[in-house]
Design a protein around this ligand. Sequence first.
Ligand code: G3P
Length: 218
Amino acid sequence: MKFFVDTAEIAEIKDLAETGLLDGVTTNPSLIAKSGRNILEVIAEICDIVPGPVSAEVAATDFDTMLKEGRKLAAIAKNVAVKVPLTVDGLKTCRVLANEGRQVNVTLCFSANQALLAAKAGAAFVSPFVGRLDDIGEDGMLLIEDIVQIYDQYDALKTEVLAASIRGPGHVLAAAKAGAHVATIPPNVIRQLYAHPLTDKGLAAFLSDWSKTGQSIL
Ligand code: G3P
């Protein structure tokens, strides 16, 4: 499963990119607002740091304006994935941009039928929002399982399932078990994936024993 980071904070992206485990970045209008940055500038910077797909979301809701915005975002860098909402106009935009050879991430997906439409519209990624379904008392991970199962049955559907609205390590584990191609994960949750108390305890014991040997490897 590929790991994308869900943020527009440059310092976080640089830090995580240095681990060599970061496959891409997703942003959305809320994350751009939180960063306080100009969208065109910050997306260009992110694309310089991370060679993988960088999702940049349109802000319009009508087809003509969405398409213009999508083309402008796509022109920033080769690795921009234009993000469009799962609406009729969003999917029309997806189809045109996909035909032009652009990667499109269809976002705000909350049902398997919506995901089927996104795949038929030529999306490179579909983003089902796991946490927001959990928030309203549904099981968001069941949606990931359904979409993976549906896509697996049709060779013609090339869309990757990008588990979004990930809120904790449990979601990452469940997304991987369900066969999601990608998870977009907040920076703090990516860092939590490294942690285990027995790793810390074991390392402390090894270092203590090692110091008793008086040896040095270098
Ligand atoms: O980028 C879309 C998604 O990951 C947002 O997550 O936590 O705002 O529901 P959240």
